[in-house]
Write a protein that binds this ligand. Structure first.
Ligand code: PLP
Length: 403
């Protein structure tokens, strides 16, 4: 008689410990939940996704279409087309005062891949990586994936969520490999003043620790603050990794183009890693990026002015809700209100507030837990003024009923 076939369950085919160590992005989970509701025809006031609601500027789209028509659809060099690498360096020099050459630049599949590859290229198991909380959701996950240990510096709303250089120095140990400075910050919108960033650079250089500056929101700063990069400091290059992205500055989230600027040996290591994973970023997106880096920047002040108007409206609306505290963000396009003053027996965490807001009022936002900030919520105001008005109305009603 034939032996009965034993059908194995999924548990018999395990996943790696490495991947089991990491969690899915809290932001992506909210986006998915909101999309699911929308697909059922529900009118969602969506403050979840961190992406510009503006279209990619016309001259950038044209450059992509032209590249397609010219059949530029083949592999490119792994770290990006050489002219694009140089164009990124020239743009960064023009806009932010650095002095890099193409060999010190790698073009990546979004800023996220640049961070991932840099961390993987620098961190050995047990090494420490220092950054501020509230943090961008992916920092601790990428560090843990690389076998490293996140070391968190708590920052506070009263101080504009700024990470002080003195705290960085206190957090550094013999195991520290990287300090990450994210300014303007996702999720808080906090901006580290240039003088403080220069002190952080000095601390890192003195201790022989890499400084990674995540500049993805560099061009979105309010109240006449100029975009700033610590790469403009003379002699800053050794030990400095600049992470940039075209996603927000040029409303190009879906094109997936970012970059790193760093000393050549690190760029070579990141390129080696990239050659074994994604190879080059999409060829036609690189041609679009070339147009972004060399073309007019006039869409940026237009977006910034609109974000400033929305910031004013959303901060005013949130502050008008009893028990909700909200600092005005100095940059980026997120507000990060503290709702812990409204917690009670059932509504006892940001996660509970976020899930009930979605369920009862169809307002999508991200709870603070994923950013290391229980008690807070993150709302992206990269959405129309209309939606902001509607969302504030619903949140006001929700908190009025949440006794
Ligand atoms: N860094 C920060 C702080 C971000 O908020 C994001 C995206 O939301 C990124 C990096 C990565 O952006 P991208 O991969 O789209 O370039």
């Amino acid at each position: 008689m034939e032996p009965a076939t034993v059908v194995k369950t999924a548990a018999a085919f395990p996943l790696s410990d490495r991947v089991n160590r990491i969690a899915a992005s809290a932001t992506m989970m909210v986006v998915q939940a909101a999309d699911q509701l929308k697909s059922k025809g529900v009118d969602v006031a969506d403050f979840g996704a961190g992406e510009p609601d503006f279209p990619t500027p016309e001259h950038i789209k044209r450059a992509c279409i032209r590249a397609l028509e010219e059949n530029r659809t083949k592999y490119t060099p792994v770290p990006g087309i050489t002219q694009l690498r140089q164009a990124v360096c020239d743009w960064h020099k023009r806009e932010l005062g650095s002095s890099y050459q193409s060999a010190e630049c790698v073009v990546t599949v979004g800023g996220k891949q640049a961070i991932f590859n840099a961390v993987c290229a620098l961190v050995n198991p047990g090494d420490e990586v220092v950054f501020a909380a509230p943090y961008w959701v992916s920092y601790p996950v990428i560090v843990k994936y690389a076998g490293g240990k996140p070391v968190i510096i708590e920052t506070h709303a009263e101080d504009g969520f700024v990470m002080p250089a003195a705290e960085v120095e206190r957090a550094i140990t013999a195991r520290t490999r990287i300090v990450i400075a994210n300014s303007p910050s996702n999720p808080t919108g906090g901006v580290i003043p240039p003088s403080e960033l220069r002190k952080i650079l000095e601390v890192c250089q003195r201790h022989g620790v890499w400084l990674m500056t995540d500049e993805c929101y560099s061009h979105f700063t309010y109240d006449d603050q100029e975009p700033y990069s610590v790469a403009s400091v003379p002699d800053s290059k050794p030990g400095l990794i600049v992470i940039g992205s075209l996603s927000k500055t040029f409303a190009m989230t879906g094109w997936r183009i970012g970059y790193a600027l760093a000393p050549q040996p690190l760029i070579a290591a990141m390129t080696k890693l990239q050659s074994q994973s994604t190879s080059n970023p999409t060829s036609i997106a690189q041609y679009a990026a070339m147009a972004a880096m060399t073309g007019p920047m006039d869409s940026v002040p237009v977006m910034l002015a609109e974000y400033a108007r929305r910031r004013e409206r959303i901060v005013r609306g949130l502050r008008a809700i009893a028990g909700v505290r909200c600092t005005a963000p100095a940059g980026a396009f997120y507000v990060f209100p503290d709702v812990s003053g409204r917690f009670h027996r059932e509504l006892n965490s940001s996660a509970a507030v976020a899930s009930q807001l979605l369920e009862r009022e169809h307002v999508a936002l991200v709870p603070g837990e994923g950013f290391g900030a229980p008690g807070f919520l993150r709302l992206s105001y990269a959405t129309s003024m209309d939606r902001i008005e509607e969302g504030i109305r619903r949140m006001t009603r929700f908190f009025a009923q949440a006794k």
